[in-house]
Design a protein around this ligand. Structure first.
Ligand code: GLU
Length: 494
């Protein structure tokens, strides 16, 4: 028998921008397909019309593209099992539901919302597990057909006795008691399928060999196994990925970092770092390696190395990885990244295009310092403004224990020394020499007063190195800012 090619899918519901916790499923499904030379599909599960958010479609595509998770079949690229958007496949789900009806494996249920509510309340009162009691199972098929014009749903006949065994690639065997399952809905009264019907019908139709999904679906697995059986299709390999917890060991929430993937991009995380970070949420190379680049991940990925224990989402690890990948970039790529980032993120008051040569010169200084690309903004802004970015005069003396007179002496000495440098000698080395000469002029170490100069030049007490900053800023703007700082100090009450 020839091995079937592996076919995996990511099947998000467009109910908002995909979150990082959710996109991990896409990464694992993609990695398995890529490692085995199989196919990775994207399928949009938009059958819950009440939760549909149109803009999330674009966000799903954009998140996948940003992380480099290309799909072989799906929206935009098409494929042999198109359409890949469930709301465009309704006739197919009706066909499957009707087949199950005709074979006596499903039935029409006419129970009203009121009856179902009362049933649930009663079950709660008796501390029984919730679930449909199967009342409409006993309606004779002919009678049910005659009532087909009435509002109703179609339910699946779950076995009442025995067990359903899930063979999970990550968890091994998980046994479910059938008595605890109920006759779940396949087709809703609005004509839309439930997740259960649509997902399974599509996984069968699209020849999915490995269903990789979050642990929250584990409890639905017996329903799905029975559906496969009822439809006469061989079961796929099931893999329920471990739940992701925050560092507080509680279920991952917005507060613990489960926000939209694109928000992470906006904050300046690199896709390389994100992929590495997500890869380690449940999978590991060897229990100790933290740096796993995309290639290494794909080459080594297997479901066997995914653990069942909860994964912990630790943003500090992501920061660490981001810093690592920033520093690992070649100087050219880094410079291009800085230019692109700044073009898109510096305030719109700064005229475009930005001076590339300035950013390219600043790039090596930034590469050692930033954790996220967004850290760049405040570090370079001063290079693109005529005056120093706005700051409070008090900031000038903050690190001098409020000694305004001393601050004035520093600024005056700096003005004197720097003004003496002619324009053609305004280089990093000469600037450094001039500033260092203040040590003897003031009789104190540079580190005691350097913050005043930082604030004067860049509006903040620290940043990229001072001498480089002054050199990049140029003679006129540097002197102007020192004079401005002086004026601010003069106006302060000493
Ligand atoms: N639409 C489901 C979700 O977004 C897909 C689950 C699955 O992968 O089967 O959670």
């Amino acid at each position: 028998m020839t091995e079937q090619p592996v076919r995996t899918r990511y099947a998000p519901s467009p109910t908002g921008d995909p979150h990082v916790g959710n996109i991990r499923t896409a990464l694992f499904a993609w990695a398995l397909a890529r490692r085995t030379g199989g196919q990775f599909l994207l399928r949009i599960e938009d059958t819950d019309r009440t939760r549909y958010v149109p803009s999330s479609l674009e966000a799903i595509y954009e998140s996948l593209r940003w992380l480099g998770l290309d799909w072989d079949e799906g929206p935009i690229v098409g494929g042999p099992y198109a359409p890949y958007i469930q709301s465009e496949r309704l006739p197919y789900y009706h066909e499957v539901a009707n087949r199950l009806l005709a074979e006596g494996k499903a039935y029409r249920c006419f129970c009203t919302v009121e009856r179902l509510d009362a049933l649930r309340a009663e079950q709660q009162r008796r501390k029984q597990p919730p679930g449909y009691d199967g009342l409409c199972r006993s309606i004779p098929p002919a009678e049910a057909e005659a009532r087909a014009g009435e509002p109703h749903v179609i339910r699946f006949k779950m076995p009442r006795e025995g067990q359903t065994v899930l063979r999970d690639a990550i968890r091994g065997e998980v046994v479910f008691e059938n008595a605890l399952q109920d006759d779940f809905v396949l087709l809703k009264s609005d004509g839309y399928p439930t997740y259960h019907l649509a997902a399974i019908a599509d996984d069968i139709a699209m020849r999915i060999t490995h269903v990789i999904r979050g642990e929250e679906w584990l409890s639905s697995a017996p329903k799905h196994i029975r559906l496969y059986e009822a439809l006469g299709a061989p079961e796929p390999v099931w893999a329920h990925l471990p739940v992701i917890l925050g560092t507080d060991r509680k279920k991952l929430s917005k507060r613990s970092g489960d926000t939209s993937v694109l928000e992470y991009r906006e904050k300046g995380y690199l896709p390389e770092a994100m992929v590495n970070f997500l890869a380690l949420l449940g999978w590991s190379l060897d229990d100790k390696t933290t740096i796993v680049d995309r290639e290494t991940f794909v080459r080594n990925f297997s479901l066997e190395r995914v653990g069942a224990n909860p994964a912990v989402f630790d943003i500090e690890r992501l920061d660490y990885l981001n810093g690592y990948y920033i520093r690992a970039m070649s100087p050219d790529r880094w410079a291009a990244t800085v230019v692109e980032w700044c073009e898109a993120h510096l305030p719109s008051s700064v005229p475009r295009p930005l001076d590339r040569s300035v950013l390219e010169a600043a790039a090596p200084l930034l590469q050692e310092r930033v954790t996220r690309l967004a850290d760049i903004d405040d570090l370079v802004l001063f290079l693109f403004t005529e005056r120093a970015p706005e700051y409070e005069p008090e900031l000038l003396v903050e690190r001098l224990a409020g000694d305004r007179d001393f601050a004035l002496r520093v600024v005056d000495a700096a003005l004197l020394a720097l003004d003496a440098l002619p324009p053609q000698e305004w280089t990093r080395e000469r600037v450094e020499g001039a500033v260092r000469s203040l040590e003897s002029a003031l009789g104190t170490k540079l580190r005691k007063f350097v913050a005043v100069l930082y604030v004067a030049v860049m509006g903040r007490p620290q940043g990229i190195p001072l001498f480089d900053s002054m050199a990049l800023l140029g003679r006129e703007r540097t002197l102007l800012r020192l004079r401005e700082a002086r004026a601010k100090l003069e106006r302060m009450h000493g």
